[in-house]
Write a protein that binds this ligand. Structure first.
Ligand SMILES: CC(C)(COP(=O)(O)OP(=O)(O)OC[C@H]1O[C@@H](n2cnc3c(N)ncnc32)[C@H](O)[C@@H]1OP(=O)(O)O)[C@@H](O)C(=O)NCCC(=O)NCCS
Length: 124
């Protein structure tokens, strides 16, 4: 799966110092939270109701993200079940000094549509 199949990034954000370690590398947890938000964009649109993240597949960070990089997360629903949606999220960075985007990581996030009782609810 390549970036070209995604229409546009679900999230585009500049990496800021508050989310970095003392050496200027962005925390993996911050990148994961951006990916979780990005994956939720198509999932909530599909579910049209409250959703929660139930699982995240193994994620490997191939390259670092630095303060000032522009992070882009592309998200696409790959599979739906009764109440669940598996979303592929691919993450790239545009560094300040380079035009070319670099792929940082990718992963699958599983969201579940829930009702007011917080129990899983079938998708329409
Ligand atoms: C999500 C939640 C409602 C599911 O509860 P549950 O009792 O497992 O519900 P169900 O058994 O009906 O499963 C719901 C769906 O989740 C899927 N699911 C459950 N655990 C899963 C896992 N570890 N990996 C992938 N899918 C999973 C099931 O396969 C099912 O999919 P389907 O309806 O498409 O067949 C419950 O686990 C929960 O509230 N978790 C906390 C969510 C949360 O707080 N997330 C962090 C903040 S958003």
């Amino acid at each position: 799966m390549t970036k070209e199949v995604f229409k546009e990034p679900a999230i585009k954000v500049i990496a800021m110092p508050a989310d970095a370690n003392a050496d200027g590398d962005m925390f993996g947890g911050w990148i994961l939270s951006m990916m979780d938000l990005a994956g939720a964009v198509p999932a909530r649109k599909r579910a049209r109701r409250r959703i929660v993240t139930v699982a995240v597949e193994n994620i490997v960070f191939h390259k670092p993200v630095f303060i000032g990089d522009c992070l882009e997360c592309y998200a696409m629903i790959e599979k739906t079940g009764r109440s669940s949606m598996t979303v592929l999220v691919e993450t790239f960075v545009e560094r300040r000094e380079k035009e070319e985007k670099e792929k940082i990581t990718e992963g699958r996030f599983v969201y579940v549509a829930i009702g007011p009782d917080r129990k899983s609810m079938p998708l329409d």
